[in-house]
Ligand binder design. Structure first.
Ligand code: NAD
Length: 323
C-alpha cells in the first residue's frame, strides 16, 4: 500500500495512454494507484515501474465494475484519471452490451466511487467518436454530438454523467476528447489496431501498408505525450463540467502518413489499396482553441517527430523480440 498522503489514480493504467500517464505522474514525484483488469492492458507497459519508483506505484488487477474495490483504491485520492474502457469501435458494434457495461456502467461506478471518496477532480478520457459522421471540420466542442457507434454513444453518455456529477454532487470533472492518439506502446497486434502501429509494423517488416479506400481520408493524429500533458493541465485547472478537444489541430491523410513513414524508414513501399470500409469517417480535424484558452494546452511534438520516436520504439521492440 502506498503510504504517502497524496496520490492519484489511473484507471486503465496498463493500457497504451494510461501507462504513459502513470510514468509522467511518477516522474513528477506523484504516487499512483493503477486499476486495470488487463483485458487489453499489458504488464510489459508497466515493466520496472515499481522498481524504478519504489513505494510510489501500486497496481490493482481489477475490473472497474467492482464498486467496493474502487472505493478502497480511491480512498483519499487527489485526482482520478479515468482511461479504462472498451476502446474498439468495431468490438462495440459486435457487442454493444459489453461496451455499455464497461464504458457506461463502469464510468458511472468510477464517478460514484470518486464522489464518495471526495476526490479533487476526475478527468475522463472521451473521444472524437462523439462527433460521429458529421462532415463539418474542424470539430468544435459546441457542435451537436452525433455518435454513430455504441462506442461513441458510450463516451457521450460518460460525458453527460461527468457533467451531472459535477452539477449535482459537486465532483469536479473534465472530459478530454482525444482524437487519433499514437506513440510507443500502442498495440499493433490487436485485431482492432489503429492505423499508425499497423503501418509501422508492416513497413518495418518490409511489407506494403494496406489502405482501405483511396488514402485521401484524413485524421488528426496527436502524440501520446501531448495527450498526457493535456491530462496534467486538466487536473491542475479549475475548468470543469465540459469536454475539450485534444488533438494536434491538423489533418494528415493516410497517403501522407505512408509517405512520411517511408522517409523515416528510408524505404519506398507503395501502399496496397483495398475497398473502403463502410462507416469510416472521411475526415477528422479538431479545433483545439478551447483547450488552449481554458487549460493552456498546446501540442509540443510535431507529427514527424512523434512518428520518429514511435518508429524508434518499434525498432527497439523488434530487436528485443529477436533476442
Ligand atoms: N488511442 C486513441 O486514439 C484514443 C482515442 C480516443 C479516446 N481514447 C480513449 O482513451 C482511453 C485509453 O485508450 P488506449 O488507447 O490507451 O486503450 P488501451 O486499450 O490500451 O487502454 C485501455 C485500458 O483499460 C483497461 N480496461 C478495459 N476494461 C476495463 C475494466 N472493465 N476494468 C479495468 N480496466 C479495464 C484495459 O486493460 C487497458 O489497459 C480509453 O478510454 C479510450 O476510449 C483513445
Amino acid at each position: 500500500m502506498i503510504v504517502k498522503e497524496t496520490f492519484d489514480v489511473v484507471t486503465g493504467g496498463a493500457g497504451f495512454i494510461g501507462s504513459h500517464l502513470c510514468r509522467a505522474l511518477l516522474r513528477r514525484g506523484r504516487s499512483v494507484r493503477i486499476v486495470d483488469d488487463f483485458s487489453t492492458g499489458k504488464w510489459e507497459n508497466l515493466a520496472d515501474l515499481q522498481q524504478q519508483y519504489p513505494g510510489q506505484c501500486e497496481i490493482s488487477q481489477q475490473d472497474i465494475h467492482c464498486l467496493e474495490g474502487l472505493r478502497k483504491i480511491f480512498d483519499r485520492a487527489d485526482t482520478v484519471y479515468h482511461q479504462a474502457a472498451m476502446t474498439s469501435v468495431q468490438k462495440s458494434t459486435e457487442d454493444p452490451l459489453a461496451c455499455n457495461r464497461v464504458n457506461v456502467e463502469g464510468t458511472l461506478k468510477v464517478l460514484v466511487a470518486a464522489r464518495d471518496a471526495g476526490v479533487k477532480k476526475m478527468i475522463f478520457a472521451t473521444s472524437t467518436a462523439v462527433y460521429g459522421d458529421s462532415e463539418v471540420i474542424p470539430k468544435r466542442e459546441e457542435m451537436k454530438a452525433h455518435p454513430i457507434s455504441p462506442y461513441g454513444v458510450s463516451k457521450y453518455v460518460g460525458e453527460l454523467y461527468c457533467r451531472i456529477f459535477s452539477e449535482i454532487y459537486h465532483l469536479p470533472t473534465l472530459g478530454l476528447r482525444y482524437f487519433n492518439v499514437f506513440g510507443p506502446h500502442q498495440d499493433p497486434e490487436s485485431e482492432y489496431a489503429a492505423v499508425i502501429p499497423r503501418f509501422i509494423s508492416r513497413m518495418l517488416a518490409g511489407e506494403r501498408p494496406i489502405i482501405f479506400g483511396d488514402g485521401e481520408q484524413s485524421r488528426d493524429f496527436v502524440f501520446v505525450e501531448d495527450v498526457v500533458w493535456a491530462n496534467l493541465l486538466a487536473a491542475q485547472s479549475e475548468v470543469q463540467r465540459i469536454s475539450l478537444n485534444i488533438a494536434y489541430g491538423q489533418r494528415i491523410t493516410l497517403n501522407q502518413l505512408a509517405e512520411i513513414l517511408n522517409q523515416i524508414l528510408g524505404q519506398k513501399l507503395e501502399p496496397i489499396y483495398q475497398s473502403a470500409r463502410i462507416g469510416d469517417v472521411r475526415h477528422s480535424e479538431a479545433d483545439i482553441s478551447q483547450a488552449r484558452k481554458l487549460i493552456g494546452f498546446k501540442p509540443d511534438t510535431s507529427f514527424q517527430e512523434g512518428l520518429r520516436q514511435t518508429v524508434e520504439w518499434f525498432q527497439k521492440r523488434a530487436l528485443t523480440a529477436r533476442g
